[in-house]
Design a protein around this ligand. Structure first.
Ligand SMILES: [Zn+2]
Length: 676
């Protein structure tokens, strides 16, 4: 299940056939969302106390029956509905609109019940030092918490409670003392309504029609003030042909009608066991992902059951991570400036409206606040783009290798271990987003994503670590005597390789050897291996296809690099310089100014090209429609160095390489010729 965000540009009023343009449609949708928002906020604020949240958490209605899953029905069963309150204001609302408001209130209150459970568990096991829990306190907390609470959530809630403790001097008793009633978003959850308020029909491969009743006034007084609107929308390409769209949620964003359309698509099931080829991925400090491909050779002696090829798969986002670091610094700087301005303003005399300093400070505060928002948005978007690009790369690698599984380092154990952080280290948030994105994309291709314990992956040698040899970490391969981070050297077996690459080989081995310990979480489908099964990894090089020169040499029984004939070696004088054909020098750097005359602006259809390098013609031969080989096209970032995605070649003893598709035609022709 995923959500596509579509835009409604115009609508047709069905009764009159009148076409409603974007701004008017936006106004009417905004009236609808304002009505539901007010009702939802009323319910949430009224029920924001311990007694009512207890009632909802209990899951049993006043009549002794279990509360239904549907939120709006549960709210009505509890007698919390908004029927009476809305009718008194003289506003005409259909029962379906009230359902939408009640559904949203139910979702918010149920989310609050979950948060309340977390807060209650943290309060019950409040540590002696709120900044750090020891092993006993951590175990007690885990026992008290509900299932599936992440470490980040625990950290954030602990900080929140600590802030209340520092402010009031005593621990809060309940979630309602920690938080105000949550802010209600202006949106209409149409999923709670039925065909009398909304219908959705898919009209084509990439189009759908949303029919919805919208108010014609801000305060509709009767049924006549509501009308059916048909909104045609374009579906993004992520909504496949087999996807089944569900009833959407509408809202206004940037003055436009946004339709958040959930859709379900069938996915192949991913196996948990029975894998023989798998990539193992390790998190680096700046290099986002480092991977290695491993193959399980069953039936072989225990020594070297897992075999890796020496190729390192790498998604290197060092430059993007440095950019993010700069942006984060800038954001902190702006936040400090904004707070300083606000502090100065609060110290000024409020009575004097014409104070020159006040006017200047207010203007400064406005500018800085807007800039801060923009930098935050930039960081958010860059994080998002980077995470999805890396996930796409990882899943593409797995699919190209024919692997049915990806083994990843478990972030939870990574956090407990305390990763050494560089200045420009990628935040844990990006890593969390990458895992989520990999799970989503891999599911579509039927590839399982399994996390393995991270403890000791970079400590022990992948070649002989089963016997307990510890790797020595050095700064570079030629400085084995110094202490460092980047390079791994094994004094026992002489292995010398990149630190993350060694860890990735061990992760792939732990996954492949521990397959039968794979556990699937029932609610979320998240797969993990909690048991460490160690095994040494041998490394086999892929057999290279001989080059054309080598093949010719074998055929003609000659040397691969024959000496040139004697005539060519009889050199009597230095090679003369070639006459320079063009006097134009080329520079690789982008010129500041235009180096070529501008095209004639009088030519129709010919605009001025901006300064900079002239656009290069496509390098690929015309008519060729093969895969784009440039990895930059794959990642979408100019400065990310990602290993190209290649299909798996043959190992020594592995299955033969599949015939490339472009040779299939020739092969068939050859066979037919032979038959003739
Ligand atoms: Zn070793």
């Amino acid at each position: 299940m995923a959500t596509a965000s579509c835009t409604g540009y115009r609508a047709v009023v069905e009764a009159s056939g009148e076409v409603v343009a974007g701004p008017v449609l936006g106004e009417r949708v905004a009236w609808l969302t304002a009505l539901t928002q007010a009702m939802t906020a009323g319910i949430v604020a009224e029920r924001w106390d311990a007694r009512d949240l207890d009632l909802l958490a209990g899951g049993v209605g006043p009549d002794g029956r279990v509360l239904p899953v549907k939120g709006w029905v549960a709210i009505r069963r509890l007698g919390w509905g908004c029927a009476a309150a809305a009718g008194s204001g003289g506003v005409y609302l259909s029962d379906r609109v009230r359902r939408c408001a009640e559904e949203q209130a139910a979702r918010m209150l149920r989310a609050a019940v979950h948060r309340r459970g977390v807060v209650a568990a943290i309060l019950a096991t409040w540590p002696r030092d709120p900044r750090r829990r020891d092993e006993v306190e951590r175990k007690a907390l885990r026992a008290a918490l509900p299932q599936g609470v992440s470490a980040a959530e625990i950290r954030n809630r602990t900080r929140q409670i600590r802030a209340v403790l520092e402010r009031d001097g005593v621990l809060p008793g309940d979630l309602t003392e920690v938080e105000e009633p949550p802010r209600v978003a202006a949106q209409a959850v149409l999923a709670a309504a039925d065909r009398q308020l909304v219908t959705l029909i898919r009209t084509g491969e990439s189009s759908a029609m949303l029919r919805v009743q919208l108010p014609l006034k801000a305060t509709p007084a009767s049924r006549k003030d509501w009308a059916w609107h048909a909104i045609a929308m374009t579906l993004p390409p992520t909504v496949g042909a087999q996807a089944r769209p569900c009833t959407p949620t509408v809202r206004i964003a940037d003055g436009r009608v946004r339709i958040d359309l959930p859709f379900q698509s069938p996915i192949p099931s991913a196996r948990a066991v029975g894998h023989t080829v798998a990539p193992g991925l390790d998190w680096g400090v700046n290099t986002l992902l480092t991977g290695s491909v491993a193959r399980l050779r069953d039936g072989q002696p225990r020594e070297g059951r897992v075999c890796a090829d020496g190729r390192m798969l790498r998604y290197d986002a060092t430059v993007i991570s440095a950019k993010l670091h700069r942006l984060r610094g800038h954001r902190e700087h702006l936040a400090a400036k904004r707070d300083h301005c606000a502090a100065l303003l609060s110290g000024l005399n409020t009575a004097d409206a014409h104070d020159v300093r006040r006017v200047a400070l207010e203007r400064g505060l406005r500018v800085v606040a807007v800039e801060h928002e923009r930098v935050c948005a930039r960081i958010r978007r860059l994080d998002h783009a980077l995470a999805w690009s890396a996930a796409r790369w990882a899943v593409d690698q797995a699919v190209a290798l024919g692997a049915g599984v990806i083994y990843l380092e478990d972030l939870a154990t990574l956090e407990a271990r305390g990763v050494r952080r560089g200045n420009a280290a990628l935040s844990g948030q990006v890593r969390g987003m990458v895992i989520e994105a990999i799970r989503h994309l891999a599911a579509k291709d039927g590839v399982a994503v399994v996390t393995v314990p991270a403890r000791g992956t970079s400590r022990y040698c992948p070649r002989c670590g089963e016997g307990g040899s510890v790797l020595r970490h050095v700064p570079a391969p030629d400085r084995p005597g110094e202490r460092g981070w980047k390079w791994a050297y094994c004094p026992a077996c002489g292995l010398s390789c990149d630190r993350d690459h060694a860890a990735a080989e061990r992760i792939a081995a732990r996954g492949l050897l521990g397959q039968r310990h794979t556990r699937t979480a029932p609610g979320t489908g998240v797969r993990t291996i909690a048991v460490v099964v160690e095994g040494n990894v041998t490394r086999a090089r892929r057999r290279n296809r001989p080059t054309r020169a080598a093949r010719r040499a074998r055929r003609t029984q000659t040397d691969v690099h024959p000496r040139p004939p004697a005539r060519a070696r009889a050199k009597t004088r230095p090679t003369p310089k070639r006459r320079q054909v063009s006097r134009t020098k080329t520079f690789s750097r982008v010129p500041d100014r235009r180096t070529v005359p501008a095209p004639d602006p009088g030519t129709p259809g010919m605009g001025k090209r901006p300064a900079g390098q002239a656009p290069q013609a496509s390098r690929s031969p015309a008519g060729r429609t093969g895969p784009v080989r440039n990895p930059h096209h794959r990642t979408g970032f100019h400065r990310v160095a990602a290993t190209p995605v290649l299909p798996l070649g043959t190992y020594a003893g592995g299955p033969p390489r599949a015939t490339p598709a472009r040779n299939a035609g020739n092969l068939q022709a050859n066979t037919e010729n032979r038959r003739r």
